[in-house]
Design a protein around this ligand. Sequence first.
Ligand code: GLN
Length: 212
Amino acid sequence: MVPVAYITGSRAFGRLDLEVTPDVLVPRPDTEVVVDVVVELAPQGAAIADWGTGSGAIALSVADLRADVAVVALERSPEALAVARRNLAAHPPLGTRVRMLESDGMAAVAGERFDVVVSNPPYLVPEDLDAFPALRHEPVAALVAGPLGTEDHERVIHEAMAVLAPGGLVVLEAGEGQAEAVAGIFTAAGFADLGSRADLAGIPRAIWGRMP
Ligand code: GLN
């Protein structure tokens, strides 16, 4: 069945009403947990990067809830970025603090420094698309990582290490059953102060770590 949000063209996410099209993932309430963690842990005046912003849900919500931060939203799909940019334009107060850039990973901000990198990366495995037919209407590039499901978590963590200030934070959304694997990637990369927070269903959804 086509997601209702693609028919109505919008979806509420936290305090925001966002335009969604089939070029972007439909924002999930689970992802609000990721926003909460960034809003709570980002230092005063933080520079924040959102890796793979899609509709802009995380970037815009964080900027909305923390008036002191500046956010760069990165997205490799030009079609998705166009949706994110319309969502930014629909929330004029955020315009001075949110930049949106076409970028494969961190490429467009390679020379910049951030205090926080946040992402809801693709984290499904290819078989999930067969198991959950409802997902077939959403952009596969936003959903499916690789055979492990955690390939993009690893990519975000390693790209983040090149742009994070010392003590910088990476906050990632994870799929059901992935919390330990994602924590293992953080630990292997030398991150400390690991934490996780569950969504309303009790599934650890936001996983984070601090760069040494
Ligand atoms: N939360 C989505 C789902 O389980 C997947 C989103 C993602 O891969 N980041 O349907």
